[in-house]
Design a protein around this ligand. Structure first.
Ligand code: RTP
Ligand code: MG
Length: 141
């Protein structure tokens, strides 16, 4: 299996709940290494740019409003099959549908305040990582 990178964001609800460390532990226990990280309070333009693929969706404004409601923790995760592994740790978008033991089942409150973001393909991961991190600030093993 290939070593991949994926972009992870701990959203404002989970940062406010003080569970960054608990979520990081899940990444580490699954064999994902944090190779870059930054805490940021995004402005509207930054959040809209990041979610540009969802611009036409009915939930776009709510999504952006939520993502700028407080600081987020953004990281690059690296490991075997990182994109899918991270999606499995996150669970379904709607926490009501997320499997027991997933991050969203344990920490998320609603489909908007759903604790985490994760890239959905290796191709999108590359774009999303480049949106937040210069190559020189990613510290691979
Ligand atoms: P994410 O991008 O945040 O990792 O989540 P995802 O792939 O599971 O979900 P996606 O379809 O990419 O949607 C991005 C975020 O928009 C919010 N959303 N709301 N009200 C709705 O029907 C709805 N659908 C999506 C969620 O917060 C989702 O994480
Ligand atoms: Mg998505």
């Amino acid at each position: 299996m290939a070593v991949e990178r994926t972009l992870s964001i701990i959203k404002p609800d989970a940062v406010a709940k003080n569970v960054i460390g608990q979520i990081y532990t899940r990444f580490e226990n699954a064999g994902l290494k944090i190779v870059a990280a930054q805490m940021r309070h995004l402005n509207r333009a930054e959040a809209e740019g990041f979610y540009a693929v969802h611009k036409a969706r009915p939930f776009f404004k709510d999504l952006v409003d939520f993502m700028i409601s407080g600081p987020v923790m953004i990281q690059v995760l690296e490991g075997e099959n990182a994109v899918l592994k991270h999606r499995d740790l996150m669970g379904a978008t709607d926490p009501k549908k997320a499997d027991k033991g997933t991050i969203r089942a344990d920490f998320a409150d609603s489909i908007d305040a759903n604790a985490v973001h994760g890239s959905d393909s290796a191709e999108n991961a590359a774009t999303e990582i480049a949106y937040f991190f210069a190559t020189k600030n990613i510290h691979s093993r």
